[in-house]
Design a protein around this ligand. Sequence first.
Ligand code: AMP
Length: 534
Amino acid sequence: MIQSTMMSFPLTLTHFLDRAERYYAKTEIVSRLPDRSIHRYTYAAFAKRAKQLAESLLRAGLNPGDRVATLMWNHYAHAEAYFGIPATGGVLHTLNLRLPPNDIAYIINHAEDRFLIIDDVLLPLLEQFRDQVSFERIFVVPLTGQPVNPTRYESYEDFLATATGRFLAPSIDENEAAAMCYTSGTTGRPKGVVYSHRALVLHTLMEVTPDALNLSNQDAILPLVPMFHVNGWGFPYAGAMVGAKQVYPGPHLDPESLLELIDREGVTVTGGVPTIWLGVAEALECFPKRWNIKGTRVVSGGAAIPEGTIRKLEANGCHVLHAWGMTETTPLASTNFLKKTMNDLTEDEKIKLKTKQGIAVPFVEARIMREEGEAAWDGKAMGELEVRGPWITSSYYRQPETASSFSKDGWLRTGDIATIDEEGYIKITDRTKDLIKSGGEWISSVDLENAIMGHPAVAEAAVIAIPHPKWQERPLAAVVLKPGQTVSPEDLLAFLAPQFPKWYLPDTIVFIDEIPRTSTGKFMKAKLREQFIG
Ligand code: AMP
């Protein structure tokens, strides 16, 4: 054996910050503020302020590993926190502002956050749980210019002004924690995942590659996914590494605001959950000529995207890129791109392929497991998806009792049921707890939902299992119709019949006004089960 001659150089996020400052000083970061005005500055100003934040935090006594929470929308100051906090050796802890106040308080206490950086517009939310938490200091970002009670809060701007401008980055080991997020926890308490510098850096290097998100200096990136959802899917780090223009939507996530921003700022890549794309596709249908968004790459993840939505977006000149991941996987773990050997597929086959979640990205390994062992990659056998890799968590923060989330040989059990086809494309068919087990066969609620949403009168559909004396479980479909549309359950069944075996079809179809959703845009099936099973 001989020793390598390579340098030992730590993979830390601070490198991206230095790089952005040095090479991309003139590139813009654009943010929409709560009053809809636009804030604009360059990477030069951004890096200066991120370093001022880091220096001020160190002067305030932040120690390596200390948690600094953020309660913020997507904008420039949140991006500063993304870099400024980890640059000190501290840990950025992004709080999900859509969770119930009690849950946010639980998470803050569980993580033992020392400081908080918060948007002024979110202070009313903090007031709802302020007596349950004890931050040492709270810094308020003045987005509106409204006066803030100085006896309760400090100004983020005044805090930055305490810096001398001579930030000396401490040396950080790449395995130290840089950020943490809690799972959205549709059942049970949220669980914490802690990301190391190394994991985030490797994730970024992977994310920009052509068969992943294909990000480069030529791009303008609009992360619609909240920055409190799994590192904003890595967009802020990837954007800084390649020096792409970044555009942040602030709290304005309605389709028209987004489309206007994409058009006006020349956005080339955007990413978010299917609920957003559903709305965007509808807006494009209503006003086909209003915005020019041709060529925009639309990254969709977080939940299954209906085939109809993919078709509509592509008909408007967008390119849909379907990706899969979790809080536990930093998040990007699989991406859907067409292999060169598949160029001969018809356009229809290509769209159908896009409904799959794609193949595991480099350095993520995937398998599907059943009780009897690993299932075949034949596109038919369903099993629980398990993954491993350098940015996949191997435990939860201060939760020793979560061993069942990992296989005996150390893979993450995702709780997703999937098939993998001969080409390696993963298709998520369900969450373990949402799968419908009918007479020994498995019925995919996602397949049924997609097919129902293919009916022209249907806006949305969620399928759940209801107990059955003979078959154990049978599907019930809860359907939301488009405004002014009608269709009978019989007609809907007749529409589905040619697409599935008879036993797959729902026993019951009910019409409802709205499908309940979680804070990160997933169907909240537990709520539907409560409603229809009791
Ligand atoms: P979260 O930790 O909130 O990001 O949720 C992760 C879960 O979201 C996964 O385990 C999946 O159940 C679901 N999910 C993420 N991406 C997709 C996708 N592209 N298609 C279907 N489900 C997805």
